[in-house]
Design a protein around this ligand. Structure first.
Ligand code: BGC
Length: 446
């Protein structure tokens, strides 16, 4: 039985027009082809819906595919290649990312290393405190060379011992897209804003020689064993005065380093742990009575500040001809200040004077009998160790440390690598400083 193609009404075989809608009977279709008019009307609607759904699905799949290609192409958005996440670096064994994300105490877990957008090169920012002291110039030069040998670009800045300058230099390094920061702070607690920025940008931070304080962004610390530096100085005084074997007492004065530098306290505590028993027993006598760190500290490690306090002490307590047997100085810049003061304001027999860094002018003074010792901290060793650590971080390898207990910065115990310092005197300076190629003999004697 045919049906009207237009309205679906049943037609007689010989109808020329549909009795219901008047459409020509040539628009009729046979019953085999169409089960019911209503279905016929619905069919185009269903087809449209399905086509619409299929189209939408295709659009969605395309959008997802394009987004995926974008992310893969923009490798700066994800840790890639050798750049594993900090999560992976810090805890290779722990595969449970959720647990790690939940661990609020371990901030390192939140920081993947990222490559600077739009660049294949990797830049390391180095912030040094000052060019005024010889050692920081050497530190900067060696460190730059070592990092360049690994293939990294280096942005090396000196901050003229000015905290605000250092802060803005570090912020600029971050703004310019550096990939890792190495910072020798002028004042350990004053770079909080820059460190927070580094944290937001997922930039790893290594504290160089001086610990960065009161901030959990700092990832690692490389330094010399600062406490040991102090014990070497203290023990030198004990041995040279032969305190364990001779009778009588000896006079001593103390100078310490910059209170803003965490190292200064370590040096002082190291030395005092050795010397205190002799002070307690009366073998060593501090005539000025000034033994507290805060009384003997030297702002900014400056030679002139150490000199001015030494002059005050000498004028107040030694003008009557009292001898000084030893003067503990934490480093060469402060030793130089005390040596200058002795030259102007002291007329007794020359005391033992300690130092640290083996700066050229201090080795010269040592050879002239004005300084007894210095502690050598080979900046080549430090630079090599820091460059290796930077490379281990950037390549997502296990980062080597040898101390995970000592350096609490107030927010976290910072994993550290401590290098070993060496005692230098006029008896071994050739072997340690000249034969090793650190200085030429001409530099020390010329
Ligand atoms: C360093 C010493 C240096 C002193 C003054 C300390 O943090 O460890 O080597 O003599 O700063 O620059």
């Amino acid at each position: 039985m045919p049906y009207c193609r237009n309205c679906g009404a049943e037609l007689e075989d010989n109808d020329r027009f549909c009795a219901k809608c008047g459409s020509p009977a040539d628009q009729a279709v046979s019953g085999a082809a169409q089960s019911s008019p209503s279905k016929k009307q619905k069919k185009p609607k269903n087809t449209g819906l399905i086509i619409t759904i299929i189209s939408l699905s295709l659009v969605l799949v395309s959008v997802l595919a394009v987004a995926g290609v974008y992310i893969v192409q923009n490798t700066d958005l994800i840790p890639s290649g050798n750049y594993s996440s900090k999560k992976d670096r810090d805890d290779d064994d722990d595969k449970d990312d959720k647990d790690k994300d939940d661990d609020d105490d371990d901030d390192d877990d939140k920081k993947p290393v990222v490559i600077k957008p739009g660049s294949n090169s990797i830049t390391v920012g180095i912030s040094m405190p000052t060019k005024d002291l010889q050692r920081w110039n050497q530190d900067g030069d060696y460190l730059k060379k070592e990092l360049e040998a690994y293939g990294y670009e280096v942005d090396l800045e000196y901050a003229a011992n000015d905290v605000a300058t250092q802060l803005s230099q570090v912020e600029n390094m971050i703004d310019s897209g550096c990939d890792l920061l190495i910072i020798a702070a002028i004042e350990g607690s004053s770079l909080g804003e820059a460190l927070d920025m580094a944290e937001q940008m997922n930039i790893p931070v290594i504290a160089y020689d001086r610990l960065l304080m009161e901030n959990d962004t700092v990832d690692y610390y490389v330094t010399f064993d600062n406490y040991m530096v102090g014990t070497i100085q203290g023990q030198y005084i004990v041995d040279t005065l032969n305190l364990d074997n001779v009778s009588g007492s000896f006079t001593i004065e103390f100078t310490a380093g910059d209170p803003g530098d965490n190292n200064a306290l370590f040096f002082y505590i190291g030395a005092m742990d050795v010397l205190n028993p002799y002070i307690d027993s009366g073998k060593l006598v501090c005539v000025s009575g000034q033994t507290d760190f805060s009384d003997v500290a030297t702002a900014s490690w400056k030679t002139e500040n150490a000199q001015s306090r030494a002059e005050t002490v000498l004028n107040a307590y030694y003008a009557d001809g009292t001898n000084i047997d030893a003067w503990l100085c934490p480093n060469d810049s402060t030793a130089l200040g005390v040596e200058n003061a002795l030259e102007y304001c002291y007329f007794g027999s020359y005391p033992i004077i300690t130092g640290q860094d083996c700066d050229i002018s201090n080795i010269k003074n040592m050879l002239a009998g004005k300084q007894s010792m210095s502690v050598f901290k080979d900046t080549r060793t430090l630079a090599q160790r820091v460059a290796l650590m930077a490379d281990q971080i950037l390549q997502g390898q296990t980062v080597e440390v040898n101390d995970t207990e000592t350096y609490d910065n107030g927010k976290k115990v910072v994993p550290a690598f401590l290098c070993e310092p060496t005692l230098v005197t006029s008896s071994n300076y050739i072997e340690i400083l000249v034969d090793s190629g650190y200085y030429t003999e001409d530099q020390l004697t010329g």
